[in-house]
Design a protein around this ligand. Structure first.
Ligand code: SF4
Ligand code: SF4
Length: 232
């Protein structure tokens, strides 16, 4: 899922204080699951933002709503509940959702309330960890299902580096060394031969180095469906 963090309150207040009526809009998918941008968080945020102590002048009025996925244009178009008098929308979606909302609702200003941080998953309740950087050429088959691009501090393809100590990464923060984990997993899988294969230099073009990526699905309905992601 896409993981995001609420921006500092002062930053949000500074962005909305000039408006008179703000719709605080949650998103019902990834950011709901990671407890940062769903309807419940939208209600809590709107309650906090309505406190007069945050403003020198009168605070804006707030209404709260939620869309199942702000990153889906059709769902945003179907959402008909922009209250009369709304002069800005505060979106609790990821950056993709904010951009679709801004396109569909133009010229209404759409303000991001979250910092979109990473593609991750929950390892234990209340903790989400980065798992993937969307590199466009997945090598998990060679690494026992553990991503060195996202989980190794140096994104090494042939690790570990000389700084791995006792199973931990030299970069610190208590992070395990991804390559120690990869070797342990490959041992369990009986696939240590994968570790002995030297991975060649990665082509980062599919990872976004060649510009905007776009996925096109053609042939829908005529039996010749093809998926292709490319950079343009
Ligand atoms: S190898 Fe690339 S696509 Fe696969 S999990 Fe890692 S970053 Fe994501
Ligand atoms: S210690 Fe391990 S995780 Fe950290 S940079 Fe080196 S190989 Fe990567």
């Amino acid at each position: 899922m896409i993981v995001g963090d609420l921006k500092p309150l002062e930053e949000i207040i500074s962005a909305i204080k000039a408006y008179k009526k703000v719709l605080v809009l949650g998103c019902g998918s990834c950011v709901t699951v990671c407890l940062s941008g769903g309807e419940r968080e939208a209600k809590q945020l709107s309650h906090e933002l309505a406190q007069v102590r945050h403003y020198q002048n009168a605070p804006p009025k707030f209404e709260v709503g939620s869309i199942l996925r702000q990153c889906e244009r059709d769902l945003v178009i179907e959402y008909q509940r922009i209250p009369d008098g709304t002069d800005a929308v505060l979106s609790l979606a990821c950056g993709a959702g904010v951009q679709i909302l801004a396109d569909v609702l133009e010229p209404l200003p759409v303000i991001p309330a979250l910092n979109t941080t990473f593609l991750g998953a929950s390892d234990k309740p209340g903790t989400w960890t980065e798992k993937c950087k969307g590199c466009g050429d997945c090598i998990l088959i060679h690494t026992g299902g553990i991503c060195p691009v996202a989980r190794c501090a140096k994104s090494l393809f042939n690790g570990p580096c000389g700084g791995s100590r006792g199973g931990y990464c030299e970069v610190g923060q208590g992070n395990p060394c991804a390559w120690t984990q990869i070797v342990a997993r490959l041992k369990k899988l009986g696939r240590l031969n994968c570790y002995e294969e030297i991975q060649t230099a990665k082509n980062w073009k599919p990872g976004g180095a060649a510009g905007l990526r776009r996925r096109v699905r053609t042939g829908l309905g005529d039996g010749s469906t093809k998926n292709q992601t490319s950079s343009h």
